[in-house]
Design a binder for this molecule. Structure first.
Ligand code: SAM
Length: 295
């Protein structure tokens, strides 16, 4: 099973234009798909991910790949939250770089690993933490928040139309026993959809699961904190590339690019995947790439 297939790989590489001795920060290294392409072209990379599985995977991948990392400084890996990107870059000697990439969201590995609890398609514990050191799991939200707070989460972070009823069904179900698994939660949501005879293209649990994941991992807050730190790290002409997978993230990026006078926007409209890519990698379908250059 492939760890992750990078979305918009060619587009990202064209924008970052890696060359020997140029420096880059991959703030979400995941399976290392984008980073390996940068390394192959001679670039140096500081790779960050808050998930230790990703860091371990990339170490192995680089070790077993055909090309050689010439010196230990070519790839530096750090298991950290990218909301500390400024500090991490300084500590690792990447305080002036040619490009920074954020490829947001979760990796296929995280979704496929049942025990991580990210997916309604794989039965596992209600976890969803990208970093196992986080103290709050999806289980804690689902079993402790009242109907009003759950409704707020589902409405705000995924625009779920049946948020109030789903929140109510969760509160009723947990009076009998705690909701412990992804299957149990998905079943409760499916039942609400059945009751309202609501059908759609997406699995009924898609939005609720997304909202819980965003909250467990403070995804929007981390992005809001990280973006301004990138300005001091980029050299003039350096590029910031962000690939996002849902509208709330994209909105944050769009607004940041628009209001930041030190950035020239290179993508008046976000770039999405071509049909060919969507066919080969259906998970890329919601990817939106925005890029800007430091002036
Ligand atoms: C879509 S994957 C990246 C895939 C990667 N570009 C590749 O080609 O394989 C997103 C990764 O970002 C990581 N991530 C998400 N939020 C993060 C944060 N705040 N700090 C560090 N890593 C984060 C996740 O753990 C995940 O591994």
């Amino acid at each position: 099973m492939k760890y992750h297939t990078p979305a918009l790989l060619q587009e990202v590489i064209d924008l970052l234009d890696p060359k020997p001795d140029k420096k880059f920060i991959d703030a979400t290294i995941g399976g290392g798909g984008h980073t390996l392409e940068i390394l192959k072209r001679g670039g140096k990379v500081l790779g960050i991910d808050r998930d230790p599985d990703a860091i371990e995977h990339v170490k192995k991948e680089v070790h077993s790949s055909q090309f050689t990392v010439h010196s230990s400084g070519d790839l530096v890996l750090v298991q950290e939250n990218f909301n500390r990107i400024g500090q991490i870059a300084k500590e690792k000697g990447f305080e002036k770089v040619n490009g920074i990439l954020f490829d947001l969201g979760v990796s296929s590995h995280q979704l496929e690993a049942a025990e991580r609890g990210f997916s309604f398609e794989k039965n596992g514990p209600l976890d969803m933490r990208m970093d196992p050191n986080l103290t709050v799991r999806a289980f804690d939200l689902v079993n402790n928040f009242d109907q009003r707070r759950l409704n707020e989460i589902f409405k705000t972070y995924s625009q779920e139309k049946l948020s109030w009823s789903i929140a109510g069904a969760i509160c009723s179900a947990r009076q009998i026993k705690p909701i412990e698994t992804t299957d149990e939660l998905a079943e409760i949501i499916k039942e609400v959809y059945r009751r309202f005879r609501k059908k759609g293209r997406l699995h009924p649990a898609t939005k609720t699961f997304q909202a819980l994941r965003v909250v467990v991992n403070s995804e929007l807050l981390n992005l809001k904190e990280a973006l301004p730190q990138t300005l001091d790290l980029l050299i003039t002409g350096g590029r910031l590339v962000v690939v996002s997978f849902h509208s709330l993230e994209d909105e944050i990026v769009k607004r940041f690019f628009k209001h930041e006078s030190k950035l020239k926007v290179l993508t008046p409209k976000p770039i999405g995947p071509k049909d060919l890519e969507i066919r080969a990698n259906p998970r890329s379908r919601s990817a939106k790439l925005r890029a800007a250059e430091k002036v």
